[in-house]
Design a protein around this ligand. Sequence first.
Ligand SMILES: Cc1ncc(C[n+]2csc(CCOP(=O)(O)OP(=O)(O)O)c2C)c(N)n1
Ligand code: SF4
Ligand SMILES: [Mg+2]
Length: 303
Amino acid sequence: MSNSKGQILSNKLEIPKSDELKHPMEGYLREERFPHIWCSTCGIGTVLTGFITGLQKSGLDREKVAVVSGIGCSGRAAGYLRLDSFHSTHGRAIPFATGLALGNPELKVVVISGDGDIAAIGGNHFIHAARRNMNLTVICINNFNYAMTGGQAGPTTPEEANASTAPFGCYEYPFNLPFLAESSGAIYVARWTSLHIRRVSNSISEALLKPGFSFIEVIAPCPTLYARRNRLGSGLDLMKFYHDSAIIDHNADTRDIDIGYQDRITIGKFVDKDKPTFLENKDNFLKKKLGDKFIQYTGQNWE
Ligand SMILES: Cc1ncc(C[n+]2csc(CCOP(=O)(O)OP(=O)(O)O)c2C)c(N)n1
Ligand code: SF4
Ligand SMILES: [Mg+2]
């Protein structure tokens, strides 16, 4: 692969020694792709930083971690990470990630993408990956709109919020993503805002170490479209709003944590349980059915 200047870009994970680091994130970002596309005070970069910190804290071997994104401003996350990362098509990050996780069960596969990508066009894949308890960590950056394509209303846009396709305000009922994830079968469900970045990174590190379908929603500012159309100010103003209106309640019932327009935001870790993953379940089931004829798939013996 080469960049626009014809320089060869390597996917090889050349990690600088700690005393040579200019920055703690160095080695985790594809600096040759900078400047990034994100607007000033957009929340996506903060979530990316939270992910890198969470990955470092988890102690996982980065050569065994893959990151997949779909399309959108949030969908650019994978492309900036110096990991095995893939920028897939809109709504198809979860099926792409499912293929990776099944093809190589040794990998920890992470999806980082937007609310539109995961809950609108990709909603079907989301509920079925959770139902099957696929071994994936899904991080959804929820900025309440389809930002990249001009600020259209999507399935998480709160009622009353203005969007380019809802000039008088949105009148659809939005998804409550933690409830959707839990009721579909996720074994780990949390919601944070980009202000609560230490909690974001701790949660990511915890989720990465849990086998099965884990889901983390991070509410993040989109100052250029969502905030501008709703006259909510800059990303910094939205961070102040998160400070004043987010309530941490780990015991909250996910059925009760809908997000209203500029209303309180309940955050916390709501679900943390253990259940056999899709592959464990399949192996146990087929072992029982086939006895000695059963050959376990390891990702190495498919031929
Ligand atoms: C199949 C298909 N349909 C529609 C689009 C246009 N499209 C690109 S990004 C996007 C929405 C992105 O919204 P979200 O996932 O919330 O990401 P954000 O930009 O808000 O971070 C849409 C509709 C596309 N690229 N492909
Ligand atoms: S349009 Fe919104 S989501 Fe996209 S980069 Fe700008 S601020 Fe971020
Ligand atoms: Mg969005």
